[in-house]
Write a protein of this length. Structure first.
Length: 267
């Protein structure tokens, strides 16, 4: 599927209100600025406001704030229902009863669905965001660029994009490693945990790093400077000078292709 990544991004964005990464090991930091590839949805970094000498003086006293982690975070789109993790009696997984995260998700037929599971996720965001964004609004380096104002990172993640069939996905984050691979299951991880999964015919990605590390960035927030138009009257209110970034593609069909209708007006 050529446009799997942007279909996944669309689905998770609808339920999380944040930009999703198809490649969570790809490092994204608060303060990064750049563009988004239209074909893949991948954020392409040009620089960071804390590293760029021309901008750093404006942002040094507004360092990112790290919030306390949650136990877990789960976003799912186009799922029929969720169940407790269950396996056939003949499949034995040591430590499954003590798994910190486990569940089962069934997807709808005829629709692509998406799932994102994060272990111990924590948010990092601008402190005094409105003050800092006000300072940055006239910086030429940020013109026509997207700015990362928040990241959600974790030490373990699993993501899945279904294949328009009634897939059922089973996941468990088991604390002990290494563990022998059981039939129909896959494992991946390092000291501190391993993902065990039983998936359908869709696309499955996962990663696991030692607990206490934040090696993956599955979600982040992008903002851009709002363009002033000839119809604008008076100064733009401070809170309206920046806006959340819209996807750079038209509405997508189930395969991630853009749906352009006959009466579509291109600007």
């Amino acid at each position: 599927m050529k446009y799997a990544s942007r279909k996944y991004i669309d689905l998770i964005r609808e339920v999380s209100s944040k930009w999703a990464s198809w490649d969570p090991p790809h490092l994204i930091r608060v303060g990064d600025y750049g563009t988004v590839d239209k074909d893949t949805g991948r954020f392409e970094k040009d620089g960071n406001i804390y590293d760029d000498p021309a901008i750093a003086t404006l942002s040094l006293d507004h360092q990112p704030e790290i919030l306390a982690p949650d136990e877990e975070m789960v976003f799912s789109s186009q799922t029929e229902h969720n169940h407790e993790f269950s396996l056939s009696p003949e499949i034995k997984i040591p430590g499954i009863a003590e798994a910190s995260i486990k569940g089962q998700w069934k997807f709808k037929t005829g629709k692509r669905g998406a799932l994102l599971v994060m272990a111990k996720p924590r948010s990092c965001k601008f402190s005094s965001e409105n003050v800092l964004l006000k300072r940055l609004v006239d910086r030429p380096e940020l013109k026509d660029k997207y700015l990362v104002t928040e990241t959600v990172s974790c030490h373990a993640y699993s993501l899945y994009l279904s294949n328009k069939s009634d897939d059922t996905v089973s996941l468990a984050l088991v604390a002990s490693t290494p563990i022998p691979v059981a039939p129909l299951l896959s494992a991946g991880g390092d000291v501190g945990g391993s993902w065990w999964s039983k998936t359908g015919s869709g696309v499955f990605r996962h990663g696991c790093a030692p607990q206490g590390t934040y090696s993956f960035t599955p979600l982040f927030v992008l903002k851009q400077i709002r363009k002033k138009t000839v119809f604008s009257r008076g100064p733009v209110e401070e809170e309206d000078e920046w806006k959340n970034v819209d996807t750079p593609w038209w509405p997508l069909d189930e395969d991630g292709e853009e749906e352009v209708f006959e009466d579509t007006v291109f600007e």
